[in-house]
Design a protein around this ligand. Structure first.
Ligand SMILES: [Zn+2]
Length: 292
């Protein structure tokens, strides 16, 4: 009679202890803040208010928004031609993409990649009237492979009447994804509104990733919940489901066109909570090699 009693007692004690452990672990998980990387920002500080969002384009405002949203790393896309970049943002975990303009200068891009000043290449499809697979761009893909950095394409609506839409359909990213299988390509804006093209290109190619920034821009409090749901939550949710691989989608805003925290809160609603660490941090850390 003694032996079963001891076994039952041990079982009860371990059950109580394990229960305590489990509740402690889940409490810690609940309490630990989500670490976020925003892979689409424009850290150009004119000091003026952005026209659509009203956000003040200053370093102080940018850093404040990063901290408010729990952002531990970000990717800043420099304007076409490179522009001037704020190297001091490195301390905030910000890396810079070299923005390629109509004049393609691989030697200049290589200097930036070699020195580590730039950690990615941004190609402005549509703004520059050239296909992703244009021969002018091919030396840049070879550089991306050599320096192991990703290439980001603007895709989808260009927010400019001078851009040409035929170049911005993300379907053409498939061409370079196949020709340069060792390069990581990122489809910015998930091709909005060509979500199906973007989702299929990422689904089919192991080296293509997505970020769904700027589905709506401006002050999000001015949109009805229905509009936010239809134009941001539902499309991202569909893309996530179609791609069927939580390692393929990242978080991006397009700051200062939209506030970081408001966009993050909406984006979270489209992604299952279990996949938040991957989508909001880990995938970007891996694709852009951001270490913090
Ligand atoms: Zn942008």
């Amino acid at each position: 009679m003694k032996r079963p009693f001891v076994v039952v007692l041990l079982y009860l004690v371990s059950a109580v202890l394990c229960g305590a452990c489990a509740s402690l672990t889940s409490k810690q998980e609940n309490e630990s803040p989500l670490r976020v990387i925003d892979v689409h920002t424009h850290a150009d500080f004119s000091g003026k208010q952005e026209e659509t969002s009203g956000i003040l384009q200053t370093r102080e405002q940018f850093v404040r928004e990063l901290k408010e949203a729990g952002v531990v790393g970000a990717v800043s896309h420099s304007p076409q031609g490179g522009g001037s970049i704020d190297d001091s943002l490195k301390s905030e975990g910000v890396i810079h993409c070299f923005g390629v303009g109509a004049q393609v200068t691989p030697s200049k891009v290589e200097v930036g990649l070699k020195s580590g000043r730039y950690g990615c290449i941004k190609i402005y499809l549509g703004y520059v009237h050239r296909w992703a697979y244009d021969n002018e761009y091919r030396p840049l893909y070879r550089l991306a492979e050599k320096y192991d950095v990703p290439v980001v394409f603007h895709t989808g609506d260009p927010y400019s009447t001078k851009a040409k839409l035929k170049f911005t359909d993300p379907l053409t990213v498939d061409e370079v994804a196949v020709d340069f299988p060792k390069v990581r390509f990122v489809i910015a804006h998930c091709g909005n509104p060509w979500h199906a093209s973007a989702a299929e290109v990422a689904f089919k190619n192991p080296n293509v990733y997505l970020e769904c920034s700027a589905f709506l821009i401006g002050d999000l409090t001015k949109y009805s919940p229905e509009v936010i749901d239809r134009h941001v939550v539902q499309p991202i949710s569909w893309i996530f489901s179609y791609v069927d691989d939580p390692t393929k989608i990242m978080f991006g805003t397009d700051w200062p066109l939209v506030g970081i925290k408001p966009y993050l809160e909406v984006y979270k609603r489209a992604i299952p909570k279990a996949d938040w660490p991957a989508v909001f941090h880990d995938n970007a850390a891996r694709v852009f090699k951001i270490k913090r």
